[in-house]
Design a protein around this ligand. Structure first.
Ligand SMILES: Cc1cc2nc3c(=O)[nH]c(=O)nc-3n(C[C@H](O)[C@H](O)[C@H](O)COP(=O)(O)OP(=O)(O)OC[C@H]3O[C@@H](n4cnc5c(N)ncnc54)[C@H](O)[C@@H]3O)c2cc1C
Length: 250
C-alpha cells in the first residue's frame, strides 16, 4: 500500500460524548480513499505558523464512500490541550487538512474468539471498530478508561463480550487502573488474543502483566502506547521507539 498525502475538507463537527469530539472529513480526495481502513490510522498535518506542521496520529473511526470520521479524545481546557485537539475544536465546515496514510488497522484475529481488550479514550475508536467486526460467538472482557460516565458509548457488542467502563477524570493520572482491572479477571484458559492501546505508563503496567506474568507472545498480544502523559506526540514517539528497542533486546 502506497501511503500518500491527501487533502480533506471538514464537512461536520460535533461531540460524540462530552470528552469525545468527531470531525467528519469529505471532499474528492476523501472519496478516493482506499476502502477497508476503518481502525487504521491517519497522520494529520496540523498547520502551525508559516509552512510548519505538527504531525498527529488519529484512527479512522468510520469510513464510507463520502468520507471519514475521526474521533478526538479531549483533554483538559481547550487552551491547555494539544495542537490536534485544539485544531479539531476550532474546525469549521469547508476548512481543509492534509493527512498521510492510511496506516494498517490492528484487527482482532478471529470473529468468534475469546478476548481481553483494554484501552483509554484514545483507543476507543480502534476498539469500537474491532468490536463491530466480531461475530455473535465472540466472548471476553473489554476494559475502557473514560473521563466521565457520560463518555460511555452505546457499542453493539456480542452477548458474551462484557464491557467494563472505568472512570478516571484525569487521563494518564492512574496508570495502574486498567492493569488492576485486567488482573482482577479469572485468567481465561480459552484466550484467543489480548489487545491493548493506552497511555505509555498504563501500557507498561499491562505489558508487565500480560507479557511478563501471563507469558503472552506476539501471536496472542497486540500492545501499544498511543500517547505519554506530559509529552507531545513527537517526544512520545522517541520514548516509544527506545522502549521497543529495550524490550526486544531484553
Ligand atoms: C496508532 C494511534 C492511533 C491513535 N488514535 C487516536 C484517536 O483516534 N483519537 C485520539 O484522541 N487519540 C488517538 N491517538 C493518540 C493521539 O495521537 C495523541 O493523544 C496525541 O498526542 C494528541 O495530539 P495533541 O496535539 O492533542 O496533543 P500533543 O500536542 O501531542 O500533546 C500536548 C499535551 O497533551 C497531552 N496529551 C496528549 N493526548 C492526551 C490525551 N488523550 N489525554 C490527556 N493528555 C493528552 C500530552 O501528554 C502533552 O502533555 C492515537 C495514537 C496512535 C499512536
Amino acid at each position: 500500500m502506497v501511503k500518500q498525502m491527501r487533502n480533506f475538507q471538514v464537512v461536520e463537527t460535533g461531540h460524540v460524548t462530552p470528552n469525545m469530539f468527531r470531525v467528519r472529513f469529505g471532499g474528492p480526495e476523501a472519496s478516493e480513499f482506499p476502502e477497508g481502513f476503518a481502525g487504521g490510522y491517519l497522520k494529520l498535518r496540523i498547520p502551525l505558523e508559516g509552512d510548519a506542521v505538527a504531525v498527529r496520529t488519529y484512527t479512522i473511526r468510520h469510513q464510507d464512500r463520502d468520507g471519514i470520521d475521526v474521533d478526538f479524545a479531549l483533554h483538559g481546557d481547550k487552551d491547555a490541550a494539544g495542537l490536534a485537539t485544539r485544531w479539531a475544536l476550532d474546525a469549521q465546515p469547508g476548512m481543509s487538512l492534509e493527512a498521510g496514510g492510511p496506516g494498517q488497522p490492528k484487527p482482532l484475529p478471529a470473529a468468534d474468539g475469546h478476548y481481553v481488550i483494554a484501552g483509554d479514550m484514545t483507543a476507543l475508536p480502534a476498539i469500537s471498530v474491532n468490536i463491530e467486526a466480531l461475530g455473535p460467538g465472540a466472548s471476553g472482557d473489554v476494559f475502557l478508561e473514560i473521563q466521565h460516565e457520560d463518555d460511555i458509548q452505546d457499542l453493539a457488542v456480542p452477548p458474551n463480550l462484557r464491557l467494563h467502563w472505568l472512570v478516571n477524570p484525569v487521563p494518564g493520572s492512574r496508570p495502574e487502573l486498567l492493569a488492576d482491572a485486567v488482573r482482577g479477571l479469572d485468567w481465561p484458559a480459552e484466550l484467543t488474543y489480548a489487545w491493548v492501546a493506552t497511555e505509555f505508563e498504563a501500557m507498561r503496567n499491562l505489558r508487565t502483566y500480560l507479557r511478563g506474568e501471563c507469558g503472552l507472545g506476539p501471536d496472542q498480544l497486540y500492545i501499544s502506547s498511543y500517547w505519554k502523559r506530559g509529552l507531545v506526540e513527537d517526544d512520545h514517539r522517541t520514548v516509544k521507539s527506545a522502549d521497543a528497542q529495550a524490550e526486544s533486546a531484553a
